[in-house]
Ligand binder design. Sequence first.
Ligand code: GTP
Ligand code: MG
Length: 421
Amino acid sequence: MAKARDIGDNNSFEMGKPYYCKECKRNHTKGKIYKEHLNFAQFKSQSEEDFEEEDTELTNDKYDDEAELIEAFDELENDENNSEFENQFDDNIDIDNEDIDNNGGAIQESINAVKKLPGVGEATLNKLIKAGFSSLESIAFTPPSIIQDESGLGEKTTTKLIKASMEELNIGFKSAEDVWEHRKNIARITTGSQELDDSLGGGVETGSLIEFFGEFRTGKTQIMHQLCVNVQLPEEKGGLEGKALYIDTEGTFRPERIIQMAEGLDLDHQKVLKNIVFGRAYNSDHQVLLIKEAANLIKEQNIKLIVVDSIIGHFRSEYIGRGTLASRQQNINSHLHDLLRLCDIYSDLAVVVTNQVQSRPDVFYGNPLKATGGNIIAHGSTIRVYLRKGKGEQRIAKIVDAPHLPEREAIFSITESGISD
Ligand code: GTP
Ligand code: MG
């Protein structure tokens, strides 16, 4: 694409070529210079800010002409800035697979639904998709400030998009019967242990954030590995026929274990490995970014399970001292909400995180260990499972906090071929 030129420094601008106009403070597009300038003149009285806001106004009568104008500019800019949006996961992993199809059709369908929202043109659509808002659900469930920050759209546009998406999705009050109808259809991933599955009400459920916490070597990472294998199983065997996305913050992901677990289930380990999208998070910012990017991969790659092992590690080591506690909790909270939102948007997605424990010197009775992250994590997770060591390979899991499950214990084992009873 030809670089925009400054008309002030270069008198020999040619009709039909893009250039930067000092008066409008914008690039003018090929072949539309006169029309655009006229448009600008009509709105000149407004401040630059108003001008921006008006441009993205969805139902403004003057919108058609202006929309054309801003879209032309945006396309110019988008072409130049495309490299910013390269995917973090792309370099690391080959996510091709013949068995679990990529979800091209479904993505196109949800994009089409967004495209049909009133006032959404090519430029707005591009901005939304690039920021990861490629479905009605993702727009409806995300706070306006986040959509604005990430897509660069104006406040009015965002508010209208959210309202329109909510109307389209029929979000509002519904009867408890409808909720029950929905919950009856929740899918589950087997953990590999019948007892642990039973205590979880049939396995790790989709649409919820599930936290496994416990001391070192209690099997948190092993369970995460096993779920990445099991999610690929057919439904009748306790899977969801989907891929897993694994975010490793501790450097403890081991493909060797995946191979052993796949072989334990008579699965082709090469295929199983291919169906796990892996991202190593090097610090808390990177971890947050990976989850934001993951949003784009879920539909595209048919991802049915997201694992974050562990959720707190980086935050804990980066924010040291009492003075940083407030901002640490704030950042963890917003990260958890990113994860919870994914559960809301994709009802067939399970999100599982691990958490460490810290000792409570003030406890004399009962268990002196509690999960790190404080109340923020406790309130963010839908179901919490506390793990502790038993004899030898045995581990004990206790459901400590679930809206619909009794507190009960399950005993399972960690063996060479994975989690079992
Ligand atoms: P931290 O990440 O350190 O907090 O611990 P964790 O809870 O994630 O522990 P992890 O899931 O890594 O469990 C490690 C334990 O799993 C080891 O101590 C072993 O007891 C068990 N384990 C790992 N691999 C094997 C294996 O191949 N065979 C058997 N029998 N056990 C294994
Ligand atoms: Mg671990």
